[in-house]
Design a protein around this ligand. Structure first.
Ligand SMILES: NC(=O)c1ccc[n+]([C@@H]2O[C@H](COP(=O)([O-])OP(=O)(O)OC[C@H]3O[C@@H](n4cnc5c(N)ncnc54)[C@H](OP(=O)(O)O)[C@@H]3O)[C@@H](O)[C@H]2O)c1
Length: 218
């Protein structure tokens, strides 16, 4: 299907160019419709969230996740990770991961931070993480140039920045049956609505519910 679309687009472009040498706006529109849409990186989220909308306690702890009886459940994280080319996270999440002791990623990791540098990493992780002070827009251009197509956007504030910038294509949110009362959110204030389309919903014996949404227009 994708190949057919590209063949159609190429044929259409060439025949159009042959007939008319003056319609660059049309050609630019076709580039946006057929090429840019398919080859620019797309952002993807997979998060666990308390029923009242928190992804971590205020002190960044995740003990509330560990106490869920979900050890025998497959929420698809391995499959999700396998389908990603790179991971972009914020310094808040990196600090949490550093506390795990073990580095859990095999994919390239880019950490957005104005406060952390390589010096904050232990020696054995120095070549596993790239730090960047870039905006979401600049980050997307760099990811595109590096040939990364599917990007896992991880964190809290970072997710919201990339959602607002229009770079998140879909998200899998695991609703956890708990009310934390306070903590860190991924969704914040926005001037414009972010319209979502439900793709699937699946409940598990632990009481967790996996909700998959696509972001309309992304
Ligand atoms: N429940 C789950 O499934 C799940 C999954 C992953 C993570 N978490 C946890 O959720 C919590 C999220 O906390 P968080 O919001 O602090 O994490 P974060 O999004 O990973 O990091 C936010 C930090 O990134 C830096 N940053 C750089 N550029 C930014 C930009 N454009 N937009 C936003 N931030 C930017 C800022 O710090 P600087 O001062 O360094 O610039 C900012 O404070 C963490 O504790 C994490 O471990 C939960």
């Amino acid at each position: 299907m994708l190949l057919a679309r590209h063949m159609f687009a190429s044929f259409h472009n060439v025949s159009y160019l042959m007939q008319s040498g003056r319609n660059f706006p049309v050609i630019y529109t076709m580039y946006n419709l057929y090429w840019k849409e398919d080859f620019m990186p797309t952002g993807h989220i997979m998060m666990a969230m308390s029923l009242d909308g928190f992804v971590a306690r205020r002190d960044h702890t995740l003990d509330w996740l560990n106490k869920q009886p979900s050890a025998n459940e497959d929420h698809g994280f391995s499959e999700f990770m396998d389908s990603m080319d790179a991971i972009v996270m914020g310094s808040g999440s990196l600090r949490t991961v550093l506390g795990f002791g073990e580095w859990p990623y095999v994919k390239p990791v880019i950490v957005l931070s104005r406060s952390m540098t390589k010096q904050d990493l232990p020696e054995h992780l120095q070549d596993k993480v790239k730090f960047s002070k870039a905006s979401p827009q600049e980050t997307w251009e760099k990811l595109d140039k590096s040939g990364y197509h599917r990007v896992y956007i991880d964190g809290g504030a970072i997710i919201w920045s990339f959602l607002k910038a229009g770079f998140i294509r879909d998200m899998k949110i695991t609703m956890v049956p708990i009310l934390l009362g306070d903590g860190i959110r991924i969704f914040g204030e926005t001037d414009d609505d972010v319209d979502l389309e439900l793709v699937s919903a699946a409940s598990f014996p632990s009481g967790m519910v996996d909700l998959v949404y696509t972001v309309k227009g992304a």
